[in-house]
Design a protein around this ligand. Structure first.
Ligand code: ATP
Length: 430
């Protein structure tokens, strides 16, 4: 049945623009039910249940829809909804008493044509471990499509990556000629949420390699010997999947200064990692590339920073203007926006991290959504929502720069933090 109500029409458009927005979809479903479009309402609720399987409001709506005995498309008996009245928020009726007789199987059957199955059917693993041969505890992403060109701005980082990592890898002959060793890995460091993982993924994309991303905390295990075993298994997995980029996030979890006093277990794990790294240029390791990341490079074990290990570092700073534009565009695409002045926003958001920018877009969308539900008039996300959200977003990188400043001033041994010092000076933070 075509939509008669303009409100339903706009709600439908909003749902199409934000398909994962469950409250909005339930709001539409409630209006469809009120308008007698029962089949359509059931479909909407079913999709909502796919996103939020336990949502009680969705279940109540489904119960209501399935218990309406008027034929599909026929308005229910009783007074029709006043056309001009603002829509009730998300239309839940009074909380229904638990209906034990409701047949969820029949409901699922009714919508099976419009929904993908919730589970992949197939034989269950019965060997106890559940791991098919060759599988491992570590998830490896197949060679991805993210390339350095997808990393907005950050030209300096890209140039350094190209010179220090990618160019020698792409030109083994040149590498031989200049004797440039590729032993060890590259350590990315910088404030949280500024793109270290994203950059590492892009490097894997450039190399056409799989991507095995692991937080060092997930490798560590309280039982003696397990952490070393996990570390070895991680590299074994990478070797099986070569070419593969191993990305070790939170490298500082291996302790360094703290480990010597705290745990001999950590020391063994560091040693295991060193063994894996030292063997990285051996034939068995052909095609395994190691990147690591940390927000606190000053806490990384000194043994891991020696030549041939993670001796090369790359500072990943808060996104510059072109990067902020890319990130804002990414987080706004697929959302209903109007007249958003990206240039102005980019200027106003200097200092925010990628994660802060994602949060900003999320907050602006939330404001517009809540407004729409409250007034019953669906409206787009506008520049005012974005500006308000920007005003409320505090740069999460500030505490990091406070610590980094001390390190840059008093612990820049061997010029390791020269990049950081230069940046802090440029921003008048030093
Ligand atoms: P953490 O230290 O918390 O692990 P991180 O430094 O690894 O964070 P990411 O998770 O890679 O940060 O980035 C945070 C978000 O910012 C991601 O959504 C990422 O896609 C986005 N992002 C950061 N920089 C860029 C950029 N230059 N271009 C596009 N997206 C970016």
């Amino acid at each position: 049945m075509p939509d008669v109500s303009p409100l339903i029409q706009s709600l439908r458009a909003a749902v199409e623009a934000a398909p994962a927005d469950v409250p909005l979809r339930l709001h539409l479903a409630g209006m469809l039910l009120d308008a007698g479009q029962q089949d359509d309402a059931v479909t909407q609720v079913a999709v909502a249940l796919q996103h939020a399987p336990g949502d009680s409001q969705a279940k109540a709506l489904m119960t209501r829809a399935m218990s309406m005995d008027s034929p599909a498309g026929t308005p229910p008996s009783g007074p029709p909804p006043a056309p001009a009245a603002p829509a009730a928020p998300a239309a839940p009726p009074t909380e229904p008493a638990p209906d034990t007789s409701f047949n969820w199987g029949a409901a699922a059957d009714q919508v099976k044509d419009v929904l993908p199955p919730r589970f992949v059917e197939g034989p269950l693993a019965t060997d106890g471990g559940g791991d098919p041969e060759g599988a491992s505890a570590w998830d490896v992403d197949v060679p991805g499509t993210v390339r350095l060109a997808d990393v907005g701005g950050m030209q300096e980082v890209k140039d350094r990556l190209e010179a220090a990592f990618l160019a020698p890898l792409r030109n083994p002959e040149l590498r031989k000629l200049y004797g440039k060793s590729l032993r060890g890995g590259l350590l990315l460091y910088g404030p949280p949420g500024c793109g270290k993982t994203f950059v590492a993924r892009a490097v894997a994309g450039e190399l056409g390699a799989s991507f095995l991303s692991v937080s060092v905390n997930d490798v560590l295990d309280m039982w003696i010997g397990n952490s070393e075993r996990n570390m070895h298994e991680l590299f074994e997995t990478a070797r099986r999947q070569a070419p593969c980029v191993v990305f070790l996030d939170e490298l500082d979890a291996l302790g360094g200064k703290r480990s010597r006093t705290q745990s001999a277990g950590l020391r063994n794990t560091v040693n295991q990692l060193l063994t894996e790294l030292d063997g990285i240029d051996a034939a068995a390791n052909e095609g395994v590339f190691v990147l690591a990341a940390t927000n606190v490079p000053w806490d990384v074990d000194i043994a891991l920073r020696r030549p041939g290990r993670f001796d090369r570092t790359l500072l990943v700073l808060p996104p510059d203007a072109p990067a902020r534009e890319t990130i804002l565009r990414y987080h706004l695409c697929g959302r209903p926006i109007e007249k958003v002045d990206l240039g102005k926003l980019v200027k106003l958001t200097d200092g925010l991290s990628g994660a802060d920018l994602a949060h900003l877009c999320e907050s602006a969308a939330e404001t517009a959504l809540l407004d729409s539900v409250r007034t019953g008039v669906v409206r787009m996300i506008g520049m005012k929502d974005m500006l308000d959200a920007a005003k409320q977003t505090v740069p999460s990188t500030e505490p990091w720069f406070a610590s980094a400043r001390n390190v840059a001033m008093y612990a820049n041994d061997g010029g390791m933090y020269d990049d950081l010092v230069a940046y802090l000076k440029k921003r008048r933070k030093l």
